[in-house]
Design a protein around this ligand. Structure first.
Ligand SMILES: Nc1ncnc2c1ncn2[C@@H]1O[C@H](COP(=O)(O)OP(=O)(O)O)[C@@H](O)[C@H]1O
Ligand SMILES: N[C@@H](CCOP(=O)(O)O)C(=O)O
Length: 318
């Protein structure tokens, strides 16, 4: 579940009265997601998503995230635009927490993509990179390979072994990824968390890209590597779907060709992408009480993916 905060009907009505969107009809908490509280809000004029920012988001970054939604949406990407309140503000505060109202987009998240769907996800990711290139906002990636290494070192080998006997093996791996991380590849604003649950689809078409709250400036090929790792395996990372991986990269390259250097870097970028999710999931695993109303995500799902890339990355991206 992801409704961390209960909002009364009066609070919601009062909030909606600050926007030019009609009157509140209903607000339903959305179970999906783990970081923020989300409600599907219906007013007398339309449907919206109301997000309350709860965890991992520095409120100072909100103008970057919300401005990016409007920038990409204005360029024709399937990205929700933000609804500004009657004073022109893209976010408001409720009891010390920031909230934003954004456009509701149709579509469903896909668990088992077809190659055609994966192709279209790859293509829209490349369009996103091209469209974001002139976005004036700046935000550095604070979840790069040095952070992954630091997080795992802070947890320590003993705590890692308590989660899984194989997890401590990720410490030397994280060191080598951080040491060899490429630096001179093309950059833009990247989504950096384009998992299936952050893509809405209608049939084969991508109808929505959501959850830009890890977006930052970084290497575009790294974003493709994150997306490849998130889409091309079954749920627990035990089996690789080569048709999906190829379709994703083919779709990306139908819009933006990878350079020779980007292609050569894909194996380490894919390992680094896995390490980023191993480290955040490990940290959450340790920090989240077992009785919390949030389902913890297993870091081992991405250890298996990383091991796959370690063994097969060179041929896979050749
Ligand atoms: N603009 C949108 N249009 C339609 N549904 C949305 C939109 N934004 C979020 N959702 C729904 O809310 C859920 C959680 O949103 P998300 O931004 O992924 O939350 P979290 O940051 O907590 O992971 C999504 O899985 C989707 O069902
Ligand atoms: N995609 C990440 C988790 C990030 O959480 P989100 O709900 O904000 O997308 C993972 O799978 O570890």
């Amino acid at each position: 579940m992801a409704v961390y905060t209960q909002l009364s009907a009066e609070t919601l009505s009062d909030l909606i009265s600050h926007y030019d969107v009609g009157e509140l009809v209903s607000a339903k908490g959305i179970a999906e997601g783990i970081s923020n509280s989300n409600w599907l809000v219906e007013t007398t004029t339309s449907r919206f998503i109301l997000t309350m920012y709860e965890r991992r988001i520095d409120i100072a970054d909100l103008p970057f995230f919300l401005g990016l939604l409007d920038h990409l949406s204005a360029k024709g990407l399937p990205v929700p635009r933000t609804i500004h309140d009657t004073s022109g503000a893209a976010s408001r505060m409720i009891d010390g927490k920031a909230v934003a109202l954004i456009e509701f987009l149709p579509g469903v998240s896909i668990d088992n993509p077809t190659p055609s769907q994966a192709h279209n996800v790859g293509a829209v990711l490349a369009r996103l990179h091209l469209a974001a290139d002139d976005y004036p906002g700046r935000r550095t990636n604070d979840l790069g390979p040095d952070t992954s290494l630091h997080v795992l070192e802070q947890c320590g080998a003993e705590a890692l072994a308590r989660i899984d006997a194989e997890l401590p093996e990720m410490l030397p791996m994280a060191r080598s990824i951080a040491a060899d991380w490429p630096k001179d590849l093309p950059r833009s604003v990247i989504h950096s968390d384009l998992f299936p649950d952050n893509v809405l689809m209608l049939g084969d078409e991508v109808s929505g890209l959501i959850d830009f709250y890890f977006a930052c400036h970084d290497m575009t090929a790294y974003d493709l590597a994150v997306t490849h790792a998130a889409w091309s395996f079954d749920h627990d990372g035990r089996s690789f779907r080569s048709d999906i991986g190829s379709a994703l990269i083919g779709g990306y390259q139908s819009v933006r060709a990878l350079s020779v250097a980007e292609r050569a870097a894909m194996p380490i970028l894919a390992r680094g992408a896995c390490m980023r999710f191993i480290s955040s999931r490990t940290q959450d695993w340790i920090d989240t009480p077992t009785d919390a109303l949030v389902t913890r995500k297993d870091p081992m799902d991405f250890v298996r993916r990383l091991q796959f890339y370690q063994s097969n990355g060179a041929e896979l991206f050749a």
